[in-house]
Design a protein around this ligand. Structure first.
Ligand code: A3P
Length: 269
């Protein structure tokens, strides 16, 4: 039966906030014990840092730039890229991860302390995408208007205060980036910024491909870049969340992919 209401609640949990009904604290607690295969990949982001962008790039790298192959996968088993590269912290996702065939690629907003401890023994790979917090703040503000599971902000000033305190879904941006960055050398991690991707997507995709040991010829690589630009992704419903049901997103408030710009650059001024 289709769910038609959206009454989620933020639940503070071990320095993070989970969303009741979407995350189960007991399940999230057990993520750290997961056995990790060398081929596993985790994309880690603070919200609004380009998660769906990285999902699109990784799917395209796997498909050697063949967009139609991803569309076929979407038709066969799901309707969104996010179902092909799911969130590890969602209800039921941990169990599915255990039995999934390799390669297993997952995304997460979780803080470092929740993640599989095997990652710190250099098993698997982690791609951390960081974005300038000023751009995140604006993107997150509009996302709160769109997403029905999050409280609609009173106004921008109020949201700014909450963001600075880390009183939003997830945790403080500052803590998230600092903690993950401080563990960068413990794991096989590619630390990349949204701004680097904006500035030179081709080089960024090349770095990601090398990190993931994916061998693509120049034409295939060019296709990955082509199908992951903002304008092209914005035309692909599987990639841009335009078909998320109305009970989850107030589509009249705007779109998930808003501007896709880096207004404040790669350095925090
Ligand atoms: P804006 O709201 O600034 O437009 P996440 O997936 O982590 O929630 O991040 C969403 C942000 O990434 C949105 O930022 C979205 O537009 C941006 N984004 C997604 N795909 C992009 C692309 N191909 N190029 C640039 N930005 C992209």
């Amino acid at each position: 039966m289709a769910v038609e209401t959206c009454e989620y609640e933020l639940v503070p949990y071990r320095g993070f906030t989970l969303i009741k009904g979407i995350h189960d604290p007991d399940d999230v607690d057990q993520i750290q014990d997961l056995e990790i295969r060398d081929s596993d990949v985790f994309v880690v982001t603070y919200p609004k840092s380009g998660t769906i962008w990285m999902q699109q790039i990784l799917l395209l790298l796997e498909a050697k730039g063949d967009l139609a192959a991803i569309s076929r996968l979407n038709t066969l088993s799901s309707s969104f890229n996010a179902d092909l590269i799911p969130w590890i912290e969602l209800n039921g996702s941990r169990q599915a991860f255990i039995t999934a065939p390799s390669p297993r690629t997952r995304v997460t907003h979780l803080q470092h302390q929740f993640m599989p401890s095997a990652l710190s023994q250099k098993k698997g790979k982690v791609i951390y995408v960081a974005r300038n917090p000023k751009d995140i703040l604006v993107s997150y503000f509009y996302f709160h208007k769109l997403a029905k599971m999050l409280e609609t902000p009173k106004d921008f000033d109020d949201f700014f205060e909450k963001f600075m305190r880390g009183d939003v879904f997830g945790c403080s941006w500052f803590e998230h980036v600092k903690t993950w960055y401080s563990h960068k050398d413990d794991m096989n991690m590619l630390f990349i910024t949204y701004e680097e991707m904006i500035q030179d997507l081709h080089s960024a995709v090349q770095r990601i491909a090398v990190f993931l040991e994916k061998e693509l010829n120049p034409e295939q690589l060019a296709n990955v870049v082509k199908h992951s630009t903002f304008n092209n992704m914005n035309k692909i419903p599987n990639a841009n969340y335009q078909h998320v049901p109305e009970y989850m997103f107030s589509h009249h408030e705007g779109t998930f992919m808003r501007k896709g710009k880096s207004l404040y650059g790669g350095r925090c001024r």
